[in-house]
Design a protein around this ligand. Sequence first.
Ligand code: GA4
Length: 331
Amino acid sequence: MVVPSPNPAIRSRKTQAVGIPSVDLSFVGPGLAEQLARACEDYGFFKVTNHGVPREVVSRVEGEMKAFFSRPAFEKQRVGLAFPFGYGCKNIGPNGDTGELEYLLLRADPSSVSDVSRTVSDDPDGFSSAVNNYIDEVRELVCEILDLLGEGLRLLDESVFSRLISDVQNDSLLRINHYPFAPKPSSHRPDHGRTRGEGRVGFGEHSDPQILTVLRSNDVEGLQVCLRDGLWVAVPPDPNSFYVLVGDALQAMTNGRLRSVRHRAMANSHKPRMSMVYFGAPPLNSSISPLPEMVSPQNPPIYRPFTWGDFKKALYSLRLGDCRLDLFKIL
Ligand code: GA4
């Protein structure tokens, strides 16, 4: 299904049914790496099936998070308010962005998970092991995808992306978003926080700053992605699969050959939605610059080199929907 964009210029375009690419990781044979690289280039977004992450690992962490979000507000707030890590309700980031959601945002490392578990759960060891197992599995999945991408892009060093995520100092994050069901407002009320009568925005339009994002949601719709031609597409939920999104850092490293995908989440009016999002990020001191294979006299570097730490500083000074890579463009 294609959803009209809130941007009138885009809205007026003819919409058409668009399929979202799907990559079966159990496929053994030639062409898998190329198929995956093409999905990243053409869509910046794809679905992964037969990903190898055990169902029990997913359902355990999902159970822990359901229990967490069903606690009274004062108990959830014991984690500490998200500045940027901790429990957040409606406020996103430090610069005034808001959405119809509550969330838990954690560093994806065992010591941060264990700190949080002590305040959120009656069984901290159970909580920690559920979250850490999930993080280990999705990190492995991200590295497998990035190695295939390196192969599909025919890089000299195929592991150049995955090494950044498997580095012990990686700055990856885990975000669990809970979108409580938001009843449709009656038609005579003003259209606050909505995209022209299309429902309320759960999490506004943005791209992810990191290298690669892996997202899993329950069976409730809400995620929408913006394709290269400006069409917004509703992504059908599939709790048995993961969705993969290209981030800004990967766009910079591929000198714009891959582009980070803009996406948003709408609040569902019938059922609560929960998504678990792993953001694969490099260590803070890693240099992010266009790879030599992506640069030629015809394709001069678009971005000046920066460290992941520099980029983080920039993104926390901007709004959610801003195109932060523009700050690093060579003019
Ligand atoms: C968007 C992607 C991730 O959810 C996130 C977000 C972060 C936050 O919630 O703290 C930011 C946002 C995200 C980019 C701009 C800044 C920072 C909120 C915000 C307004 C965790 C991330 O890494 O960048």
